[in-house]
Structure formats: C-alpha cells, structure tokens
Design a protein around this ligand. Structure first.
Ligand SMILES: Cc1ncc(COP(=O)(O)O)c(C=O)c1O
Length: 394
C-alpha cells in the first residue's frame, strides 16, 4: 500500500460539476460487462457515421503532411467556410475574421464564460439545460441564474421570463435553441421580442446553436440576427451533431470583435490550436455534399414520431412533441417515481439507459431525457421494456 501523502486539491474544484451522461454510460457499460443486455437511450451523439467524404478529406490531409501546429484562431479556409455557412443560414453577414475554431463546441462555453465573467457577475442560463453551463458559471465564481424552461411553453420560454431575471449585474445570457435536453425550439417571435429587451441591456450573449440543423416542421431562428445582437454574441456552432463528428472534437463560433484576441489568447494558453487535418475535414463537411446529413435528419424525424407515440402510450408518462434536436423529454410524474429513481430502475431492472431530467438541473425533476440516437428497432424494444417495468410498479 502506498504511504505517499498528497497536498490538498484546489478548492475551486468543489465548484466544478460534470456531465452525468458519462456516469450513466459507465454504469451501463459495467452492467453489460456482467452479461446484462442494455439499450442505450442516454447518448448525446448521432448513431451515424461521419460522411465518407469528410473522413477522406482528413485522411488525405494527414497523408499530405497536415500534422503540425497551425494558427490558434483556426485555419483561414475553415474560418471562411464557417463564416459562409453562418451568413447563409442565419441571413446576416459574418466576417471570417470573427470566426474562431476550437476542439469541439464545448471550449467556447468554458472560454466564453471565463472571458466575460468576474466573480459576482450574474449569468442567466436555461434550466433544465446542458449541465456544463452551470458548472462553468460556478467555477468562474459567477452567480448562476436559472431560466426555467417549462413544458407549458413547449420547453421554450417567453421574453418576459428572461426580462424578469435581468439585473444590472447580469453579464451574460446563455440561450440554447434547439435545446438539449428538452428538444425545445424558441420561435422567431419570441426571439424578436427578447432581442428588443436585450438590446437595452449591456450584457454578452452566448447562443448555443449546435442543433440548428435539427428542427422538425419549422425553421431555425437565431436570436443573434435581431437588433444587431450579433455584435455582442458568441454564436456557437459545431460539427459533433450536424455531421456526426463527436469524436473529432471540432467546433466554431462567430464572436464579438472585442473577444477575438482574448479568446485566441485563452486558446494559446490551453490547446494551442485545433488539429489542422480535422479542420480541413471540417471545410469538406461545410462545403461538400450534404446527402448523408439529410438522410440522418430524415431518420431522426421518423424516430421522433416513434418515440413520442411510444412514450405517450406508457402508464404514468406523457410527452410533448419536441420541435428539435434528437431528444424527447417526457413527464414521468404519473409513475410515482422521482426522475433519479426511474433512471436507476430502468438501468438496473429493465436494461434501458436514459437520463434523469435532474441531470440537467433542478427544474428537470419529473422528467427523463430520452435520446433517439438509436435504431427504430432498439427504440421500440426499449419502450416495451420500460412499459413492462412501469406496469409492474403501477
Ligand atoms: C447544447 C450543447 N452544447 C454544446 C455541446 C458540446 O458539443 P461538442 O461535442 O461540439 O463539444 C453539446 C453536446 O452534447 C450540447 O448538447
């Protein structure tokens, strides 16, 4: 046994949270290793392959010697392709000089909060929402101010809900549409009204739009396009979801001009640059054929119906139809179990992995997050197993 004694860890670590999804994945894998069957509906990544031409672009780039350091803000070709894509899809001109590239979209959450918030500043963020928002806000010493997303509003919010939370100390407002974990999409009218409110408030905005291509039966609207808000917004996009590239670690954003240099400095202090071969693959993704992406999106649309109809047929469960992303967020209060209890019973007794709504904040109690990044066959089997469990405890 080691007798080495260690110095204390940094006290700031007590404020740093995590993503429960990784913990549930580890428990599900451990049960599988013991021979239990497990159906994974906890996954936050598309179950599709990265488009073949994107993989080929990376392989070619590596063979061509793109194996060295490159500019910290991103290679010019990707900053231009990102600016083109954002200009085209958001309908406002985006200058490539304001587009920065990072390993995944996540670093923009981390560095974006660190670059804008001091201890004592208030940050409004969606709850239930992506858990990293609250974690990094706390780690930065800022005060998290949850914006409650409720089922009655289709898991979006009203402009007045945000207005009621704004104070002179509000430094940053984080928004996420289409949303993880709820699948909620903020309608254009709400963005228009909210933009008018935010235009009168001197704060930064971080609009996390990594699910922008996944809107069903409507179109994506970015808050940043209204009232000139783009000039004080981090408009965040990624490759993980749209191109099934979670493991590549590739993300990019249009950032306000005053943040270009500080964010680049943070990148230099942390990761230096994003792998150039993967950035060239990113150019291929944005500029190349979108056939495989479209196939994936069509399949998600079919699964959405399957999941929502299936959930609504279960005892004690009701589910509004999510307007975007690849998640459903059913209300499970009728089962008599808490979200955490149902998560554990599903995992251990039914062999179905899904996440308690509380993994996304306190306002997630009474809900589960169901990811439909799995085959129709597996989704149907998981729903049947969930049904059996719920019948047995009803
Ligand atoms: C809302 C949201 N933002 C950002 C991310 C981070 O994505 P990336 O893999 O690009 O870092 C995720 C991933 O799950 C997400 O759901």
């Amino acid at each position: 046994m080691s007798t080495v004694s260690h110095a204390a860890l940094a006290s700031s670590l007590e404020r740093l949270g995590t993503e429960t999804a990784f913990e549930v994945l580890a428990r599900a894998k451990a049960l599988e290793a013991q021979g239990h069957e497990m159906i994974h509906l906890q996954i936050g990544e598309p179950d599709f392959d990265t488009p073949a031409h994107v993989v080929e672009a990376a392989a070619k780039a590596l063979r061509d010697g793109q194996t060295h350091y490159c500019p910290a803000p991103g290679i010019p070709a990707l900053r231009e392709a990102g600016a083109d894509y954002l200009s085209r899809t958001r309908g406002i001109p985006i200058d490539p000089a304001r587009v920065l590239v990072t390993p995944g979209a996540k670093p923009f959450l981390f560095f974006g909060i660190l670059a804008t918030c001091d201890p004592g500043d208030e940050v409004i963020y969606p709850n239930p929402g992506f858990p990293i928002y609250e974690s990094v806000i706390r780690w930065a010493g800022a005060t998290p101010v949850p914006l409650k997303l409720s089922e009655e509003n289709g898991f979006a919010f009203r402009a007045e809900d945000v207005e009621a939370l704004l104070t002179p100390r509000t430094k940053l407002v984080i928004l996420n549409s289409p949303a993880n974990p709820t699948g909620g999409v903020v309608p254009r009218e709400v963005n228009e009204r909210l933009a008018k409110v935010l235009a009168n408030h001197n704060c930064w905005i971080l609009s996390d739009e990594v699910y922008s291509e996944m809107v069903y039966g409507g179109t994506h609207d970015s808050i940043t396009t209204h009232e000139g808000l783009i000039d004080r917004s981090i408009l965040l996009e990624g490759f993980s979801k749209t191109f099934a590239m979670t493991g590549w670690r590739m993300g990019y954003a249009s950032v306000p001009a005053p943040l270009v240099e500080p964010l680049t400095r943070l990148f230099i202090n942390c990761h230096s640059c994003t792998a150039p071969a993967y950035q060239l693959a990113g150019v291929a993704a944005l500029t190349g054929p979108w056939g495989e992406v479209e196939t994936m999106l069509r399949e998600f649309a079919v699964r959405r119906e399957l999941v929502v109809d299936g959930l609504n047929a279960l005892p004690g469960v009701s589910c509004v139809k999510p307007a975007g992303a690849f998640y459903a967020f059913p209300n499970i209060t009728g089962t008599g179990l808490s979200s955490r209890e149902l998560q554990d019973r599903l995992l251990e007794d039914a062999g179905v992995a899904m996440l308690a709504g509380t993994a996304f904040g306190k306002f997630g109690e009474g809900y589960m997050r169901v990811s439909y990044a799995n085959s129709q066959e597996n989704i149907s089997r998981a729903l049947a197993k969930m049904g059996e469990l719920l019948e047995s405890i009803a």
